[in-house]
Design a protein around this ligand. Structure first.
Ligand SMILES: [Zn+2]
Length: 737
């Protein structure tokens, strides 16, 4: 999440309860600099750039030379990003040349719809994945760069207005000369503070500084709406402490080389920071983090909202795990007044406190030092930036090259003041009529869902009635939030990129501290308007569609309606369905974690979900690794519901009329092509492996093939029969919603 870069252990991020459409697609190296402490989905450290020319129009035509993307002139560069404008999808919204007509749709629909496009697609050298989604995200980034470049053109010594602060923040990051001249100096106060830690109380106090800058904590701390009473905020505490993307990287043989590279990287960073005996310290740190990994919860286990809701008084926590100085930690972070906390990964938090208590201070100081350097690297001089990229971007993420500075500057500024950028972005790039068009589409999808729920055959009358009430109550947010944030107290300085970043972290935390004790503000968004994504927030019973997603290939004003139903209609349906996936279904119409299902209905749901999960478990996009059906359960249910609703909504829109045939393709066929086109994407092998472990979304091929094979309408539209590879007998198809 760009908006809350340091608060990544939010309940939403941890549980995926704010389920989104896709992970890590738009994130750049800078924004993806995930702190050590949180056990969250660590987005791939990657970025975007242009790709060399290719044969298929709109994939990577010559119009998108690297030069175009790296130095866009304000006002015109946006038009040159392929795949992000209606002109790339002429004449009716689907790039026919991207198909591979040698592939039988019933054998591999992804290959049929996207085969030529994906084969010819060249992943830019500073990315680990590339595709239609990324291109739109890149358009957004170029537009933000235009905004920031303009604002940075008028430097002021003491920025006061939000425009001045944005321009100054961006310019300070871009001021490579000053950043290089400072070298490792900005780290000194932080490293001095770490060296000064002589007892457990000082250790806890310093870990609380993670909320206010680049220090790290073993535990995640966040302020979130309480799952059982979403009108009030709770203080959440979560497991943390590891620097690799997931516990699997420490514990599984297939990641042994990555772990080895991590230890070398830890030593390298400590060496750059001047920490004594770096090799020995690195070995201790990795051993310590391996012990943390062993007691940490697996990602799929963290998806159960019941298991992750563990209220505990501070007194009880202190008693249960006295090895960590909780009171000092909470007081210093500013939440000392909280009498009760909610522990998400409770057993891991307690075990980590005991582990920390049994670990010598020298190791803990070295752990703090490494993570300080690692988290701050992108705001430091080139030795730090390059080392960080070589490990996170290249070794882990698979990207060959570091992205250019302006891209990282955009990510850094977006991470610090994303909502301020959003205000300008919306005024410039989001015409009011697009909001109205979207409202219209959303209403159609909601009608389709309502209709499906009314005709549901496996739920009892009481559960069904409550489900309908929940759907009717679902709030829809489109484009941008109802109110904008005030950045008045954020101090930005022209010559201090490092300090600006730290002050932005502190500003963000104080923003949330200000919410504590107040009624929950339902106008807060978890994504900025310029983000190409969408999400469902169960405690608010709402779905949110930021402005930037309302563009091709998702929404194309020039496209045939069937394409838009399949693409943005499928996305709307996906987000709506999240309210009824295996996590979302546990929240009632008031957003409370509260069981409103009969036992029999819950059992029926569980059986269907397990059957769907078993299907996805089979898919292996790289040798030796499979999709985790449990981790991806919510997203798979949402995909399946989304596309089903899109087809229903299209039929309702046709109102019994016959759809025209375009280029030999029927209306129903075009709905499926519209969805498939959104997932035109290619990933580097390391990125595939990482996502299989950390990403709650299935790989692109599965988001097409495994969704469609469960939808009866797909068999009819494409004449899929027994013998076709994706064919499932009707009894084996899973239709939950
Ligand atoms: Zn989703």
């Amino acid at each position: 999440m760009l908006l809350r870069p340091r608060l990544v252990v939010s309940r939403a991020a941890l549980l995926g309860s704010a389920a989104c459409l896709a992970s890590g697609l738009a994130s750049g190296f800078a924004a993806a600099q995930t702190p050590a402490s949180p056990a969250t989905v660590q987005a791939p450290k990657q970025s975007a750039a242009a790709a060399p020319a290719a044969a298929v129009p709109g994939t990577t035509p010559g119009a998108t030379s690297a030069a175009t993307l790296q130095t866009p002139a304000p006002g015109d560069a946006a038009a040159h990003i392929p795949g992000a404008s209606p002109a790339d999808y002429k004449p009716w919204g689907f790039q026919l040349a991207g198909r591979d007509k040698d592939v039988v749709p019933g054998n591999d629909f992804f290959g049929y719809a996207n085969g030529t496009y994906v084969r010819d697609l060249v992943i830019p050298s500073d990315r680990n994945s590339w595709g239609a989604f990324n291109m739109l995200a890149e358009l957004s980034r170029v537009r933000v760069q235009q905004i920031l470049t303009e604002l940075a053109a008028h430097p002021v010594a003491q920025p006061a207005t939000i425009e001045e602060k944005l321009g100054t923040f961006y310019a300070a990051f871009m001021d490579e000369k000053t950043v290089e001249a400072k070298g490792a100096a900005p780290l000194k106060p932080g490293l001095d503070a770490i060296r000064a830690v002589e007892d457990r109380k000082q250790l806890a106090a310093l870990m609380a500084q993670a909320q206010f800058g680049f220090q790290s904590s073993l535990f995640g701390l966040s302020i979130e709406p309480d799952a059982k009473d979403p009108t009030k905020y709770s203080v959440m505490v979560s497991q943390g402490g590891i620097g690799l993307p997931d516990r699997d990287y420490y514990l599984q043989a297939k990641f042994a080389e990555k772990k080895k590279a991590y230890q070398a990287y830890v030593a390298q960073m400590l060496g750059l920071a001047g920490w004594p005996d770096a090799d020995h310290a690195a070995s201790d740190i990795v051993a310590f983090e391996t012990a943390i990994a062993k007691i940490s919860w697996a990602r799929d286990a963290m998806r159960d909202p019941d298991k992750t809701y563990n209220p505990m008084s501070v007194d009880a926590l202190v008693k249960a795990a006295p090895q960590f100085d909780w009171r000092t930690w909470l007081d210093t972070a500013g939440v000392g007044s909280a009498k009760e906390l909610v522990l998400t990964t409770k057993s891991a938090v307690l075990a980590e406190a005991r582990l920390a208590g049994a670990t010598d201070l020298a190791t803990l100081r070295a752990w703090l030092a490494f993570h300080l350097v690692d988290d701050a690297a992108d705001d430091l001089s080139s030795p730090f930036v390059n080392a960080s990229f070589a490990f996170h971007g290249k070794t882990i993420g698979g990207s060959p090259e570091l992205e250019v500075r302006w891209k990282r500057a955009v990510e850094a500024t977006s991470g610090a003041m994303g909502m301020a950028i959003g205000k300008v972005y919306v005024a410039r790039f989001f015409p009011p009529d697009e909001k109205a068009t979207m409202e219209n589409l959303v209403a159609k999808l909601k009608d389709a869902f309502h209709n499906r729920l009314e005709h549901n055959t496996w739920m009892s009358a009481s559960t069904k009635a409550e489900a309908l009430r929940k759907l009717d109550n679902q709030a829809i947010q489109i484009g941008y939030p109802n109110k904008w944030r005030d950045y008045g107290s954020l101090v930005v300085r022209p010559d201090d990129a490092f300090g600006n970043a730290e002050r932005a972290i502190a500003f963000e935390w104080r923003f949330w501290l200000g919410h504590l004790g107040k009624k929950v503000d339902r106008d807060e968004w978890d994504m900025t308007p310029q983000t190409v994504n969408a999400y469902n927030n169960p405690p608010f019973d709402e779905v949110v569609f930021p402005a930037a997603i309302l563009q091709p290939p998702f929404f194309n004003k020039d496209a045939d309606p069937a394409i838009n139903f399949g693409a943005i209609g499928g996305v709307i349906g996906h987000e709506m369905t999240h309210s009824f996936d295996d996590e979302g279904r546990k929240f009632d119409r008031l957003g409370r974690l509260h069981d409103w299902w009969t036992k029999a209905d819950a059992k029926a749901f569980g059986e269907k979900a397990a059957k769907l999960g078993a299907q996805y478990d089979q898919f292996s996009p790289v040798p030796g690794m499979h999709v985790n059906g449990k981790l991806t359960m919510g997203e798979n249910i949402a995909d399946q519901g989304g596309l089903t609703l899109a087809l229903d909504a299209y039929h309702a829109w046709l109102g019994g009329k016959q759809a025209p045939v375009l280029d030999g393709l029927t209306g129903d066929q075009r709905v499926f092509l519209g969805w498939a086109q959104v997932w035109r994407m290619k990933l580097r092998p390391d990125a595939v492996k990482m996502r299989l472990v950390v990403d709650p979304h299935s790989p692109p091929e599965a988001r097409v093939n495994y969704v469609m094979r469960n939808i009866d309408g797909w068999y009819k539209a494409w004449d899929v029969n027994p013998g076709d590879k994706l064919y499932l007998a009707p009894k084996d198809r899973v239709q939950i919603w």
